[in-house]
Design a protein around this ligand. Sequence first.
Ligand code: SF4
Ligand code: SF4
Length: 347
Amino acid sequence: MTGSLTRAAWIIGAAVDAEPLVATRGWLVDQEGPRLLAGLAALRTRLGGRAVLAVAGAARAKLLAASAPEGVEVRDVGDGFPLDDPAELAWDVAGVAVRPEQSAADAGVVVVRAAELAAGPGRPLTVTGAVARPYVARVKPDATVEALVDHAGGALGEAWVALAGGPMRGALVDRDLPLPPEAEALIVLPADHEVVRARKLPVGDQVRRALGACEGCGLCTAACPPAQRGWPVSPLAALRALTLPSPSPSPSTGARIDHSGHEARAVESAALCTHCGLCDLVCPAGLSPAGLLDGYRAALAGDAALAARALATPMAAPTEGGSRRLSRGLLTLRLGLSGYASAAALG
Ligand code: SF4
Ligand code: SF4
């Protein structure tokens, strides 16, 4: 991922897990910490700048810092979601606000995943959830979901599904296929678990529920990480735009849109949403603003002019005091996952 880069102001080794239950990066820090540090030092030699390995836990950071090469810092960034997002790490570690039209690297902050810093045989992976023996290990990159679950002693129950990635942003995957290359976890859940049901709820049903149940409390927007960093994202404004009555469908998207200024926010929000899912989690009415934004994004697909307009919208001032992070423990509880092996137990 750093192939064409020649200089960087910051290089951040992303060695902190952010999704509930996932322990892959913490495992890499504990098992292969010196290799992570060496990988980061080599990148610093090539690109210059400040090099920071971002880990979770003061004790971990202290232990690793004792063997860090010159010029490489180890920093405890805490245990919060979504700290595996490059723009969030750029903000928390370097104080750099990545603009909507930029990548973190464009803003001078190169963020490298722990697995890339310690490239080796096999992919590091967490396999947990409703399995007999959860584990974190390096596994064959082309192992199928079924094989990975078998290696965990099998699923607990017949009717199970698998998520590639974490329970917040992961996608349902086929049992007969390997995981996507970027997935760092395989989460097995009963087919009727609330996390799975939420994934499968059609957008039309979400709109109908939102029509009657949204309280307008704004908690969804207050919790939105890119909004806290100043991006023009507002799940509440988008939800209003998509659910208020309109005399006619939008000529650009065909979606039902009001004409009172919310449409622009809906477009921006759909284009800039990072799919973290926090707005769904905090909604007291149990609605899914993230699901609605996903549906709207699909309706916008291919409309380059609208996407460009969203990216050109100026940033607002970031929330005072920086981003508020929700702990993984809290997310685990809220998602109904407390019965499964926690990241702490696996790491
Ligand atoms: S948190 Fe839920 S109820 Fe509150 S404004 Fe957002 S969608 Fe509506
Ligand atoms: S899913 Fe999108 S809109 Fe919702 S909190 Fe995350 S970034 Fe914001």
